[in-house]
Design a binder for this molecule. Structure first.
Ligand code: NAP
Length: 497
């Protein structure tokens, strides 16, 4: 795929036929009120296409269809081995259309084409294939009961599940939600982020082609504040799975309590610590310190935005990280050489610029970047930016910026490093760099986050659970543990005479 040039990708982009209609009951349809809204390309600010703007009436219609599909048993009661075949075929169809889907994600999200071809699409394929292949290998339980009885503990699907996803990893988060919820037999309504609906709409059609029965999957694009809220408050939705901000996640817990106590699982924000000890492989640690923050323009929930460095090497190490950061100057998403694309939109660019100003007012030292660039492009590009001399009480160390801004904080010993790392409302991810196995393990265990790397950042794959401690969420995406979020445990107790 990377044998293609920017010109090749630009020509392919010109040929794409965008699908912007909602996907309901196995076919693409306009919103009931006929409303649309444009979706724009962050790379150049140009309109890509019009997308259905679904409202509460579309939600009610989709919930009714999903409920009928669930109650009919057409999917929920299908043998797991047969559900597996559909999901595996779906993964194959995504693979057969990989270039087109990678291009959609690149245009809609502004992600570099090297990332969408190399990470987002392969990850979605693997997630769907893996969950499909796993589902006919999950056994239920027979507990150790007295001899005159037999008990069965079974996992049954929740019923109708709503999935609400963000704009920063639309395809990956869609796959993380759809693969386990469908594998376990639920009917699902997915609401993509308003900014980035295109890849989810495209793969929904492929699910039908793979044999997913009509009505089992609906994709409704539309505004979070009305459509998303309505789904979250819906009395006939049994489960809600969400990836997005902590602010909206808290709201969803309230909606669940105000309605039918639907099972609500949240994957939320982060302010992740990346801890570097003096005895680490500093060359590798510096390379990954930059990757940890600037990958996806810092619009990553697990971004290692707090670089916590042993004071004895801090000055030298920051210089090394500055050097590595030069490889992350933004470029056009369709250029295969681009490592970092634009911010998703002007609002996000303004947020980043505001925090750069806040960091300076708070007294941190701007070591690199700090400015908007490529202003003639029509897109919202920002330099990789590094602040040194940050105190963990500063706002740039406490709040999720969701942009390419790194805050460097010094420490003197392991205890202080852990104390700083844990002094956050978030607990999503982190890493520790040290060649002393004792230090590395002790620190990794003590940091209260869902995923911790030792001498790597962003390590992991579909085989391991992903999710947060504290205000970074509950529940887990990926691995067999994801099935827990989409099933109820049912006990059947049998007694013999
Ligand atoms: P967001 O503003 O919370 O939006 C996420 C989704 O929720 C969107 O589809 C949005 O729709 C919808 N929404 C907004 N208000 C809603 C409401 N009142 N009721 C129901 N749904 C509502 O988050 P974002 O800005 O798209 O994404 C960035 C955030 O996601 C960051 O905080 C990031 O850390 C987090 N994130 C977490 C993970 C993880 O796995 N932990 C992964 C990726 C991202 P609209 O698009 O229409 O607003």
């Amino acid at each position: 795929m990377l044998d293609k040039t920017k010109q090749d990708w630009t020509s392919l982009a010109a040929e794409i036929e965008f699908e912007g209609r909602a996907f309901i009951n196995g076919r693409y349809q306009d919103a009931l009120a006929g409303e649309t809204r444009p979706t724009m390309s962050p790379g150049d600010g140009q309109k890509l296409t019009d997308v259905a703007n679904c409202g509460t009436e579309d939600a009610d219609n989709a919930v009714g269809i999903a409920r009928s599909a669930f109650e009919s048993g057409v999917w929920a009661d299908m043998a797991p081995a047969d559900r597996k075949m559909v999901l595996v075929r779906w993964a194959e169809l995504i693979e057969e259309n990989a270039d087109e889907i990678a291009l959609l994600e690149c245009l809609d999200v502004g992600k570099p084409i090297a990332d969408t071809t190399g990470v987002d699409v392969p990850s979605a394929i693997r997630t769907i294939r893996w969950s499909g292949e796993a589902i006919d290998k999950v056994y239920d339980e027979i507990p150790p009961t007295p001899a005159n009885s037999l008990a069965l503990v079974q996992r049954l699907p929740l019923g109708v599940v709503a999935a609400i996803v963000p704009w920063n990893f639309p395809l990956s988060t869609t796959a993380w939600k759809l693969a386990p919820s469908l594998a376990t037999g639920n009917s699902v309504i997915l609401k993509p982020a308003s900014n980035t609906p295109l890849s989810a709409l495209r793969i929904a059609g492929l699910a039908s082609e793979a044999g997913l029965p009509d009505g089992v999957l609906q994709v409704l694009p539309g505004p979070g504040g009305s459509l998303g809220r309505h789904l979250s408050l819906h009395e006939d939705i049994d489960g809600l799975t969400f990836t997005g901000s902590t602010e909206i996640g808290k709201q969803l817990m309230i909606y669940s309590g105000e309605s039918n106590l639907k099972r609500t699982f949240l994957e939320l924000g982060g302010k992740s610590p990346n801890i570097v000890f003096a005895d680490a492989d500093l060359e590798k640690a510096a390379l990954f310190a930059a990757i940890a923050v600037f990958y996806n323009g810092g619009q990553t929930c697990t971004a290692g935005t707090r670089l916590i460095v042993e004071n004895s090497i801090r000055e030298k190490f920051v210089e090394m990280v500055v050097e590595k950061s030069r490889n992350w100057m933004p470029g056009h998403p369709l250029d295969p050489a681009t490592t970092m694309g634009p911010m998703i939109d002007a609002a996000q660019l303004k947020t980043v610029a505001d925090y750069v100003g806040i960091g300076q007012e708070e007294g941190a030292s701007l070591m690199f970047g700090g400015k908007q660039v490529m202003t003639d492009s029509g897109g919202c590009y920002h330099e990789p930016t590094i602040f040194d001399g940050v105190n963990n009480n500063m706002r740039i160390a406490r709040e999720e910026i969701f942009g390419p801004v790194m805050s460097v904080i010094g420490f003197d010993d392991a205890e202080e490093a852990v104390q700083i790392a844990n002094d956050s409302i978030f607990g999503l991810a982190g890493a520790v760099w040290s060649n002393n196995i004792n230090t590395a393990h002790k620190v990794a265990r003590a940091v209260r986050v869902g995923t911790m790397g030792i001498n790597n950042y962003f390590g992991g794959d579909i085989t391991v659970p992903f999710g947060g401690f504290k205000q970074s969420g509950n529940g887990r995406d990926k691995s067999m543990h994801a099935f827990d979020d989409y099933t109820e445990l049912k006990t059947t107790w049998i007694e013999f005479d």
